[in-house]
Design a protein around this ligand. Sequence first.
Ligand code: HPA
Length: 272
Amino acid sequence: MSIADDIETSRARLTQHLGDRRPAVAILLGSGWGAVAAQVADAVEVPYAELPAFPRLSVGGHSGLLRAGMIEGRQVLVLAGRKHAYETGEADGMKGAIRTLAACGVKLLVQTNAAGSCDEQMRPASLMLISDHLNLSQRSPLFGEPGDDRFVDLSDAYDAALRAQARAAAQAAGITLHEGVYAWFLGPQFETPAEIRMARLLGAQAVGMSTVPETILARHAGMKVMGLSLLTNMAAGMDRQALSHAHTLATAKAGEAQALQLMRAVLAAIEI
Ligand code: HPA
């Protein structure tokens, strides 16, 4: 089976599960954002395992689950589970999934993640809207892609009009929402202090190990993208806290309620 066949099979199966639902928004959940999935009302659930274009996940015993339904009166498709480039060395682990979403009529991909803060003003457990990214790993999910449309314009990767709406929604809800550039390190090891100094010099406000490949895929597929980071720690060398996945998850837990509140406010406000 080619990837095109897998996408077509996935589109057909997902469309069948969706019935008369027509979600224009998909939300890809990262660490700290898991509570969003539980907010989906009137949900239909589709395990990734039923969708051949979706990744087979192994981490943490979770195999990946898609939930379609309503949040804040808006139809959404929530994806719990992503394949990271650090798992395989390949950046295209979400290619089939993102293309299936596009084939199902999704217009906006809201990406969420946990990230390290490179900005003294942005403290752990606070939230950042991604204004742009630095692909420091210089990997692409489009390596080997045929056709001229692989030369994707990323000059407005994180839609400016949607960012303005997100800022306004956060302010109206009394949520502090920072905004800045997200730098993608391949991982899975955390960065060194020297790498963080470099990233700061290059203009990064946050660092993380995800999101950028899916942004490239979504823009290639004609979708708009919004990115929201939950800052779980000061980046390497910026404070004395040792970095660990357990610490990331613990701080993510502390920021989860506000992340959820932000997501609800954003979904209620955006115009697609
Ligand atoms: N670096 C990379 N990825 C991360 C970090 C970090 O400091 N925190 C959470 N995800």
